[in-house]
Design a protein around this ligand. Structure first.
Ligand SMILES: [Zn+2]
Length: 71
């Protein structure tokens, strides 16, 4: 499954003031993919500011608002 955090790139861009730094994606360890048999910390909300936290295999980001995945 494609890594949602880096959009499959393996790297994420972070903006520090006027500089942009490219750092390795920690979620997928720069592989661009998450493993369905691994557990990840995930977050989403229901659009009404009710946060949900979940730790388990990667979910399909399509079904969740403001979805985030963490290592
Ligand atoms: Zn990634």
């Amino acid at each position: 499954m494609k890594c949602f955090n880096c959009k499959g790139e393996g790297y994420v861009k972070l903006r520090f003031e006027c500089e942009i730094a490219t750092i390795k994606c920690e979620v997928c360890d720069a592989k661009g993919k998450v493993r369905e048999n691994e557990h990840y910390h995930q977050y989403w909300d229901d659009g009404d500011n009710n946060p949900n936290f979940y730790y388990g295999p990667p979910l399909d980001p399509e079904g969740f608002k403001n979805y985030k995945i963490y290592k």
